[in-house]
Design a protein around this ligand. Structure first.
Ligand code: IMP
Length: 196
């Protein structure tokens, strides 16, 4: 039987990315598909906590097998900040340019510019909960470069590359990214369950 999974996000970009990676392994439904227009709280202080909050909300209220993700940029010299607060690092406006300016300001004169994007996916199937993680290591450069992507992409260069995520383009980014890694693990888990 085909596994249906609700993805607890309102982000169309993430939905299409996940559908592309999922292929025929499972069917990804959106919150709209199940009539959910709730403002799901993200009030935990860890990525794991927020991903679980979102997935449990959908499971408890709608009874569907589902998953949710949460992502943060973790900068070594800033003790892994902004982390779970990445979207609001420079304030409630969630302004990507202001967030990047703040990161570059905080890293002034820092020699250690290593950082990683970390995505956590919380998956709930039946009564079981799973946490899956995807990480991409890289460095924060000194000035934003590139027009693609979103969020912190213009200041993040993945390890092994010289261009930022914003310069590399969606095809490359979606093959190597933190989110892609986490979603690939989700697909492997679903495929393994379906073989049993
Ligand atoms: P979310 O949990 O996926 O919504 O991500 C939280 C915040 O992390 C976003 O608002 C962005 O600032 C940042 N972020 C998440 N994923 C990416 C990415 O792939 N590139 C750049 N920034 C990202």
């Amino acid at each position: 039987m085909e596994q249906n999974l609700v993805f607890a996000t309102n982000n169309e970009h993430k939905l299409s990315e996940v559908r592309e990676i999922a292929g025929d392994s499972f069917r990804v439904l959106s919150l709209k598909d199940i009539g959910c227009f709730d403002d799901i709280p993200e009030t935990a202080d860890t990525l794991e906590g927020n991903a679980l909050l979102k997935a449990r909300h959908v499971k408890q209220k709608y009874g569907c097998d589902c998953f949710a993700d949460d992502t943060g940029l973790e900068i070594s010299a800033l003790h892994n900040a902004p982390g779970v607060y990445s979207a609001r690092y420079a304030g409630e406006a969630k302004d990507a340019k202001a967030n990047m300016r703040k990161v570059l300001y905080e890293l002034q004169n820092q020699t250690d510019r290593s950082a990683r994007f970390r995505t956590v996916i919380a998956l709930i199937i039946g009564e079981k909960e799973y946490l899956l993680e995807g990480i991409i290591e890289g460095t924060i450069i000194e000035e934003a470069r590139g027009g693609g992507g979103f969020g912190y992409d213009p200041i993040f260069v993945p390890r092994g590359y010289t261009n930022t995520f914003a310069e590399l383009g969606a095809d490359v980014k979606n093959t190597i990214s933190h989110r892609a890694e986490a979603i690939k693990k989700l697909k492997q888990l679903i495929d393994a369950k379906q073989e049993i």
